[in-house]
Design a protein around this ligand. Sequence first.
Ligand SMILES: Cc1cc2nc3c(=O)[nH]c(=O)nc-3n(C[C@H](O)[C@H](O)[C@H](O)COP(=O)(O)OP(=O)(O)OC[C@H]3O[C@@H](n4cnc5c(N)ncnc54)[C@H](O)[C@@H]3O)c2cc1C
Length: 463
Amino acid sequence: MLHIKSVCRCIQHNVYKSRYYTTRKNPFVKTWNTLSNDMLIKKRAVYPEHADVVIIGGGFIGSSVGYWLKTRAGSGLSVVILEKDLSYAQVQNNVSLGTLTQHFSLPENIQLAQYSAEFFRNIKLNLNSETDIKYRPNGNLILASEKYAQRLEQNVAIQKEFGVKNELLTAADVKEKYPWINTTDIELGCVSTECEGTFNPEAFLKGLVLKNSDLGVKYVDAEVIGFDMEQQRDVLMEGVTPGGFRKISKVTYRTKDNEEYEIKFAICILAAGGCSGEVAKSAQIGVGDGLLKIPLPIQHREYNIYNIQDENSKVSINTPVIMDTSGLWLQQNALDNNFLCGYTPLSTNSVKELLAENFYEEMIKPSLFNRYPKFQEHQIKVLRTEFQDCNTYDETGILGSHPYHINLVIAAGFGKLGCQHAPGIGRAIAESIIDGHYSSIDLTRFGFDRLLIDEPLVEFNVY
Ligand SMILES: Cc1cc2nc3c(=O)[nH]c(=O)nc-3n(C[C@H](O)[C@H](O)[C@H](O)COP(=O)(O)OP(=O)(O)OC[C@H]3O[C@@H](n4cnc5c(N)ncnc54)[C@H](O)[C@@H]3O)c2cc1C
């Protein structure tokens, strides 16, 4: 933008120099001024210089925040989303499956999942009539060994308090319903009877983006490369030398044409998925002193998805997603003889298993052939390696204002739940900005403060 202005001034200057003898406006200058003004206006429309709310990352969560802010505030708030890849190639590759589950131990996760089920049921009303997320309410089946049986019972009791409809099964019940599952090492099962299943995440994201453009959310195809920090002498904060507070008020972003622009904001939402930890560093988070000392512990984690083609499969098309005691999950891939499977650590401590060198040999293979003896090794292949945005501190998402940069709202690190929780997370952020507090689901415990006081918030059932 700046360089257009200076080119403009330079050309005007030269033209005036050669035509100084007349006071009438030179027709070339007149045309140039009109054209360059038009160009500036167009550029500004494409690359805005300010917005009430700037969202970094236009994935599930960023787009949902944009949706809720505009749905609630309409033209009262300007919302710009900076997204470094508007083709969403990474998201498309990343999300091969969308599982909606309510099998959680943390009430916040249960409530978010319940709200998502409602949002997805009314998706055509919420987004638009063409959005088809292919929601298949086939439920989830959780299998617990003796070691985890008591934990499963406790979780189900918590879930029931929130009205989740599910049913505990003995190993014999599981065998009767699903004869192709080996139940010899199973103590207890739990199957959901409502509001759980699978959906197409890509269709959901597309629906959100299309709806957002109707609502007036502006997407800019650009990568955020830094924050601009302004000194504010009048702010006093614990741990900060008086007069030394530096507030973020602008981000710098780089367009596909390698041009750099700045955008000023009142509030910035950090929803950059697995890149959030890196982006936060440019606001000194994790590299400064005092409240800025603690990093945002969110990064990408690799995740292998396997495909099983079983021509003789006798399983029903309505088979639920199955979550095994070992962390192994199995999901029917639309067709009845094709399956997807992978592994999710059952607890933070077992994350290192994911990173094991012989991961397939040590984790996937024994669990898969133990639970589903009919599968043969030659039927299994790695479908792809995907990435999740993981909070390496306690594996639970981080949501809410940063304690130093209170105008920076973090919404990332939801791991395998970012897609299914997106409707409720977007709504919660809009509430915190517009109402000043969470009015529907209290998500205060997801805040960054738990890192300051070192109190992890652990979800036992992150499948
Ligand atoms: C194998 C696998 C299976 C999954 N299954 C499920 C599931 O069943 N259910 C579920 O709920 N979730 C699932 N997930 C997780 C889900 O995909 C993520 O939690 C979700 O994508 C997170 O959404 P997000 O908006 O926070 O991040 P993302 O979707 O990663 O979006 C972040 C966006 O920020 C952009 N960005 C990053 N840095 C910058 C920058 N500097 N400037 C501008 N833009 C930037 C990125 O391009 C990206 O589009 C799965 C993930 C994987 C890998």
